[in-house]
Ligand binder design. Structure first.
Ligand SMILES: Nc1ncnc2c1ncn2[C@@H]1O[C@H](COP(=O)(O)OP(=O)(O)OP(=O)(O)O)[C@@H](O)[C@H]1O
Ligand SMILES: [Mg+2]
Length: 268
C-alpha cells in the first residue's frame, strides 16, 4: 500500500446521490496534489475520507498505511492536518491566536509538562511567522480578517507535525494581494522537503501554488484525470472537468484559464 494515501474503487453514496463514484487515487510521500473541480464535484467529500472523518460506502480507502474501517480513527486523525471552513467555524472566537494554534496539539495528548508547553509555544510562534501571521499572535482570533484567519488555520493544522496536510479552498475569500501572498507561502511549504504530503482543493487554476506536483480533476464524483501536473493539466482535461470550452495558459509555474467564447469575442 502507498505510504500516504491509496484509494481503490472508492464510492460514497448518500440516499439516491452518488457523491464519489469509483475513485482510484494514490499519493506518495513528498507529492503535492491539487484537487480541481466545479462546485459539487465531491472535493470536500474526498478530503473527508482522506482525513478519516468519513468511510467509503464501498471500495478500499487506505490512509497513512491504515485502512479506513479497520483502524481507530482517533489514532489516525492526529497524523493528518486539515484546514477547511467547516473546521474554522468551530475555532473559538474569543481565544488568543497563539492559543488557537498551540491547542491543536493538546487535542491529541491532553496533558503536557511545562517544558513541553514552552516547546509548543515556540513551534506555534515559528509556524505563525512562517505564514506571515507572527504579528497576530496576541490578537483575539474573532477580530481577525478572513485572510488573517486562513493563515492561523493553516498554522494550527501544521502544529501537530502531520504526515498528510489537507487544505480545502485555502484562498477562498482572499483579495488579490492576500491570495498571492498565501500562494507564495504555500509554494514555500511545497518546496520544503520536511513538509508533509500536501493536498490542496480549489476551483481555480490561478490558485495552484508553485511547486505543486500533481493534479486530480474531479467532475460529478468521478475522476476525469489524475497525475503529474505538467501532463495532466491540459485544456482538454480542464474542459471535461468544468464542462465548457476553455483557454488554459501557463505563465512560468502559474496557470490561468478563461472561457473560450470570450477569446473569440475579443478577437472580433
Ligand atoms: N449527506 C449528503 N446527502 C446528499 N448529498 C450530499 C451529502 N453531502 C454532500 N452531498 C452532495 O454531494 C456533492 C458533493 O459535495 P462536496 O461538498 O464534496 O462538493 P465540493 O466539490 O466540495 O463542492 P464545492 O466546490 O461547492 O465545495 C454535492 O452535490 C452535495 O450536495
Ligand atoms: Mg467543497
Amino acid at each position: 500500500m502507498s505510504d500516504v494515501l491509496e484509494f481503490a474503487d472508492v464510492t460514497v453514496t448518500r440516499g439516491q446521490s452518488t457523491l464519489l463514484d469509483s475513485v482510484d487515487w494514490e499519493i506518495e510521500e513528498g507529492q503535492r496534489w491539487v484537487v480541481l473541480g466545479p462546485n459539487g464535484a465531491g472535493k470536500t467529500t474526498l478530503l473527508q475520507l482522506a482525513s478519516a472523518r468519513m468511510h467509503p460506502t464501498s471500495g478500499v480507502a487506505g490512509v497513512l498505511g491504515e485502512v479506513l474501517g479497520a483502524v481507530d480513527v482517533f489514532e489516525l486523525r492526529p497524523r493528518i492536518g486539515l484546514a477547511s471552513s467547516a473546521i474554522a467555524e468551530r475555532l473559538p472566537a474569543h481565544e488568543r491566536v497563539i492559543d488557537v494554534v498551540v491547542t491543536a496539539s493538546y487535542g491529541i495528548v491532553g496533558r503536557w509538562r511545562e517544558s513541553y508547553d514552552r516547546l509548543d509555544l515556540g513551534r506555534a510562534r515559528d509556524l505563525l511567522d512562517a505564514l506571515g501571521a507572527g504579528h497576530l499572535a496576541q490578537r483575539t482570533y474573532g477580530t481577525l480578517s478572513e485572510g488573517e484567519r486562513k493563515r492561523v488555520q493553516i498554522a494550527r493544522a501544521l502544529m501537530t507535525d502531520p504526515e498528510l496536510m489537507l487544505l480545502d479552498e485555502p484562498a477562498a475569500g482572499l483579495d488579490l494581494g492576500g491570495r498571492e501572498d498565501l500562494l507564495a507561502r504555500l509554494g514555500a511549504l511545497a518546496e520544503d522537503l520536511e513538509a508533509p504530503a500536501l493536498v490542496l482543493v480549489t476551483h481555480h487554476v490561478e490558485e495552484i501554488p508553485p511547486g505543486f506536483t500533481d493534479v486530480l480533476l474531479l467532475r460529478e464524483g468521478r475522476v476525469v484525470a489524475a497525475g503529474p501536473l505538467e501532463i495532466t493539466l491540459t485544456e482538454a482535461n480542464l474542459e471535461k472537468t468544468f464542462g465548457l470550452p476553455l483557454v488554459l495558459e501557463q505563465h512560468g509555474r502559474r496557470y490561468s484559464a478563461r472561457a473560450r467564447d470570450e477569446v473569440a469575442a475579443d478577437a472580433g
